[in-house]
Design a protein around this ligand. Sequence first.
Ligand code: ZN
Length: 159
Amino acid sequence: MKWINHQIVTGFIVSTATDDALITASSIVGAVLPDRVEGSPPKENKAYWKWRKSHRTWSHYPPIYFALIIAAQFAKNLVPSPYSLIPTLITYALIGALLHIAEDGICGKVPILFPSKKYGIKLFKVGSRSEYFFAVLIILICLFIRFGDINLLLNHLNI
Ligand SMILES: [Zn+2]
């Protein structure tokens, strides 16, 4: 998934769940974190394939982000009150990173149990029209959850 779609999809999901602009902004920053820590792909051919081999391994390994979330929650109790928002914002940046990994898992493969063993379902190709359709679909679902009425939809669909 392209970075802009990672940021939009993650932002809408977190905004719908939390209704908090600062937390949403934090998750949007984290939504590109797993790719950012890998750095840019090198231009030179040999270096590129070496980089490519480790692409979506440790940087996209969920247990690391879960461990960091637990650490941030512990830090929350240790940080004096004027700064207690910082661990919360770090937590939501890490949640944004986890959403990034889940989003990569539907357009490629990501590690789940072991960093070297990847799993995923390829619903669409990165950068394709289907990816943008998926992003719009998530936006509509979030808007519906936020402002819609589920009974109206169920009646409309005769469910
Ligand atoms: Zn990624």
